[in-house]
Design a protein around this ligand. Sequence first.
Ligand code: MD3
Ligand code: FE
Length: 210
Amino acid sequence: MDLFASIRPEVEPLGQGAYLLPGFADTDALLAHIPALLDAAPLRRMMTPGGRQMNVAMSNTGQYGWVSDARGYRYDAADPMSGEPWPAMPLDFISLAKQASKKAGYDGFEPDVCLINRYEVGTKLTPHIDQDEADKSWPIVSVSIGIPAVFQLYGPTRGGKAQNIALTDGDVMVLGGEARLFYHGVKPIAAATDPRFGPVRYNLTFRRAR
Ligand code: MD3
Ligand code: FE
């Protein structure tokens, strides 16, 4: 038994196939790619199929991107704003997603989507499940960048009480197994400032869409 691993385990099981890897990501290295990605495919607040504007601003990088509009939720190879393919996923992004998923026990994960979420102070993400992916046996890998958030992990049904998980810059979560189809959300973001880019939180979610 590794003494240090029991004090601050590198991989913290959250239960049902979900894992937290505290501080796993070098966010400076990831952030270096963000300006060019968001220049090619700007952040935008998409419309829900029900006609509401989403709270979180989003963009994508990868072979596909997650989109929402009056026609529904789906993955699309083209950015509907430009009609062009989404910008290619940087190798640093791909290798981070592969390393984190492997560390959590999910070998062979190859993301074809990275959804980029931007939260401002007060922004929340309403509880939902991610079910637009073809093969739900692949995990989702999430990376928190910037100011802190409280992530809420529910169970397989809406409602009930959540497990609250504090996420700070560099924290990575790997969601597989049963937890892959659990309801989850983000509480309204508390006021804080990231020294690099201000009162903002970014979250990257790596997915296998097809
Ligand atoms: C648990 N994003 O983009 S990341 C999302 O912080 C999303 O931006 C949140 O939920 C964020 O869909 C949470 C962690 C996460 C991502 C996917 C999951 C948790 C998950 C899928 C199943 C269960
Ligand atoms: Fe989600």
